[in-house]
Design a protein. Structure first.
Length: 289
């Protein structure tokens, strides 16, 4: 049932150093792979505060971690609101925190969520279905300048302006409603390079914009860092160069944090062979002083 493999698991455990009876925070619990490994280390009286914006992911995680009972507190919200929920549940100070910023394979596999162009589905891409902003809204209402900006900044797409211009022109006669329609339209503007589909970077940019991923990261990092006890650590796994830059600059900007790893930690060849998702993963560790 649980095919998801947590990325850089041994490295996360090695650097977070969880011990019995400690309190930890997992800001992106997903299907619970990292969380379960942490829980095994912090029993018998440890506690884990587990966040996820996706209620579906959280339900799967609750089922997986059911045997841990009240040791886990589940929060269907963004980790950017860590302070509020931590105080409400007695996590006044924590002994470590983890953020795995990669989106779940569950999102890609479900065509109704609209994250992938490999299967026909609505242009949605919301982690939290309660959110008002969808990919369809962005594609069909944002200006050419706004579209070009997110494609360039979040997708690092070189043909951002050309794609944005095509979208604005096409939607005047027919709005975009489906993933395949948008992907095929982009493919008429951008040629395929190797095995990478021409729409890949645009879909990445739309997902980031829909879920305001960088906004939540910029709010969440200081919120979580303020909860750490002196000597405890924050581990963040990113999959995007801009995310990694935000994390690196945040650690550097704080007088109460020191970087543990001088060079970013990446997956071994063996892990990448068994889990291709690990190929672009980057892990940074900071310690509270």
């Amino acid at each position: 049932m649980y095919k998801h493999k947590p990325v850089l698991l041994s490295e996360v455990l090695e650097h977070l150093q969880p011990e019995p009876n400690q309190q930890f925070l997992d800001g992106t619990v997903g299907l619970g792979g990292h969380a379960e490994a942490l829980l095994k280390r912090i029993l018998p009286d440890g506690r884990l505060l587990a966040f996820d914006r996706d209620a579906g992911n959280l339900r799967v995680c609750q089922s997986r971690l059911a045997s841990y009972g009240k040791a886990v507190v589940y929060i269907n919200d963004s980790f950017s609101n860590a302070q509020t929920h931590a105080k409400a549940h007695g996590f006044t100070k924590i002994d470590g925190a983890l953020l795995d910023l990669g989106f779940s394979s569950v999102h890609v596999d479900d065509p109704d969520r609209g994250f992938s162009f490999l299967k026909s589905g609505p242009l949605d891409m919301r982690y939290d279905p309660r959110g008002e902003l969808s990919a369809a809204h962005i594609v069909n209402t944002w200006s050419e300048d706004e579209l070009a900006r997110i494609f360039r900044e979040y997708g690092e797409e070189r043909r951002a302006r050309d794609i944005a211009r095509m979208i604005v022109k096409r939607r005047k006669s027919k709005q975009f409603t489906g993933t395949v329609d948008l992907a095929e339209s982009i493919a008429q503007v951008v040629r395929r390079h190797g095995r990478i589909h021409p729409a890949t970077l645009v879909f990445q940019a739309l997902r980031i914009a829909v879920n305001d991923e960088f906004g939540h990261l910029q709010l969440g990092l200081p919120s979580i860092a303020d909860l750490l006890r002196p000597g405890s650590r924050l581990a963040v796994i990113s999959f995007h160069s801009l995310e990694d830059r935000v994390i690196k600059n945040f650690i550097k900007s704080r007088n109460d944090l020191i970087k543990v790893n001088k060079k970013v930690i990446t997956a071994t060849r063996l892990e990448i062979k068994s889990n291709s998702r690990a190929r672009s993963a980057k892990l940074r560790i900071a310690e509270k002083v």
